[in-house]
Write a protein that binds this ligand. Structure first.
Ligand SMILES: Cc1cc2nc3c(=O)[nH]c(=O)nc-3n(C[C@H](O)[C@H](O)[C@H](O)COP(=O)(O)OP(=O)(O)OC[C@H]3O[C@@H](n4cnc5c(N)ncnc54)[C@H](O)[C@@H]3O)c2cc1C
Length: 119
């Protein structure tokens, strides 16, 4: 049985468990799918999430983008707001009507685009 998303408690890095967030739910889901398929003959893969980041946009209260578990602030204001929009509207939203693209994005081993690496 594989757990993914908010139900999972995998280690993202030594000493840091995954958090109930898209940041971890998406790669966990991709990996669980791959490893379920691996029962049919593919080699199973280990969980290897991207480095942890935090991006918040709280409307009038402002926006912030931070990296790492210590949450070092990298962007604030309009730049952080723009980053949040990219994350929620593009990088974490596969199309609904393009099966090929959905499968491409669901591939846990796909190299990330430049923007996605920065997310
Ligand atoms: C208001 C809100 C804002 C958030 N904002 C952010 C954010 O900005 N950034 C971030 O990283 N994370 C955010 N999160 C957290 C993020 O949405 C979750 O961590 C992530 O969606 C968890 O993914 P999941 O697949 O585990 O569960 P879900 O996305 O909840 O998916 C579970 C699915 O299972 C379905 N389901 C439930 N029961 C059954 C059943 N019996 N049979 C069939 N289907 C069923 C549900 O309908 C749902 O579609 C937010 C969460 C909330 C509630």
């Amino acid at each position: 049985m594989y757990a993914a998303g908010d139900t999972a408690a995998a280690y993202a890095e030594p000493g840091h468990q995954v958090l109930p967030s898209c940041r971890h739910a998406i790669p966990l889901g991709k990996l669980a799918g791959h490893n379920a398929a691996a029962l049919l003959g593919l080699a199973p893969a280990a969980f290897a999430p991207k480095p942890y980041v935090t991006c918040l946009h709280l409307d009038g209260a402002g926006a912030v983008f931070a990296t790492g578990w210590e949450r070092a602030v990298r962007l604030t204001g309009p730049e952080a707001k723009a980053r949040k929009h990219m994350i929620t509207e593009r990088w974490t939203c596969p199309p609904l009507d393009d099966a090929e693209e959905i499968l491409r994005r669901g591939d846990h081993s796909r190299p990330l685009g430049e923007g996605e690496r920065a997310a």
